[in-house]
Design a binder for this molecule. Structure first.
Ligand SMILES: C[S@@+](CC[C@H](N)C(=O)[O-])C[C@H]1O[C@@H](n2cnc3c(N)ncnc32)[C@H](O)[C@@H]1O
Length: 241
């Protein structure tokens, strides 16, 4: 049985702990067999290509931890996460947004999905920022390996619902447009319980930002557009009334 078929079958039965164990084990194999052979610079370059960076390079400063976390908090929007709430995230990356939520809030479940096994292997086993690695090893965090377009319908079918969703998937909405279609965003909104909140990374392109904003409004969400503190990067903070 292929890995995704096993993940899908476990998710359909609500066995997210088993999925997490399976994925962490698989990523360890990827770490040992692939990632550990890469040099430090190669890993950094790979992470940057796949994630689009984590807000570290705008001023030419390498790994400005303060800026990385400030931008992560704009994306994760932890201040609205309720105590013991359930969080779902598209785009685990190196775990920055996970760290931003878990360092501010006590949640009961944090399900995070990423399509790239190598990025998950780096994030879980040799993270350039150890605080992010620690967050990803919190017992409430459940890591799913898969394409969010496949995972979200399975979670819906299995009856999962969340209080807060973080959509930080893809490099950016221009390149990863397939994660910003009305169809995919509608499915994400369906995963959100009434009264829940969702944060959607909007990127820099005014044309794309306008289109995503319009789609979110058409899906019935209340939307506020916020920016990174020092760059014209937009994030949508949404409420499902
Ligand atoms: C901007 S990064 C996420 C950064 C992360 N939230 C953090 O703050 O560290 C985007 C991530 O989305 C993942 N991704 C791209 N396409 C995806 C898809 N179709 N389904 C799930 N994840 C995807 C990439 O592998 C990448 O790690």
């Amino acid at each position: 049985m292929h890995l995704w078929d096993r993940i899908r079958s476990l998710l359909l039965r609500g066995l997210v702990d088993d999925v997490d164990r399976l994925v962490r084990g698989y990523c360890w194999e990827v770490y040992c067999g692939v990632v550990s052979r890469w040099g430090w610079f190669e890993r950094l370059r790979f992470v940057e290509e796949v994630t689009g960076g984590v807000g570290d390079r705008d001023r030419g400063l390498d790994w400005d931890f303060g800026r990385i976390v400030v931008c992560g908090c704009v994306v994760a929007w932890p201040e609205v996460v309720r105590r013991f709430g359930r969080v779902f995230e598209v785009g685990t990356g190196v775990g920055r947004t996970c760290y931003c939520v878990l360092s501010c809030r006590e949640v009961s479940l944090y399900v995070t999905v990423d399509v790239c096994a190598e990025v998950l292997a780096i994030a879980l086993y040799d993270n350039p920022i150890p605080y992010f690695q620690c967050a990803l090893w919190s017992p409430v965090v459940k890591v799913v390996l898969g394409d969010a377009r496949d995972v979200v319908p399975v979670l819906l079918r299995a009856g999962f619902r969340f209080d807060h969703i973080i959509h930080d998937g893809g490099v950016n909405p221009e390149k990863s447009w397939y994660l910003y279609t009305p169809d995919f965003l509608e499915k994400l909104v369906s995963l959100l319980r009434r009264g829940g909140t969702m944060s959607v990374f909007g990127g820099r392109s005014p044309r794309v930002v306008d289109r995503v904003y319009k789609t979110l409004r058409e899906l019935g969400l209340e939307v506020e557009t916020v920016s990174f503190p020092d760059a014209p990067v937009r994030v949508f903070h949404c409420w499902k009334r």
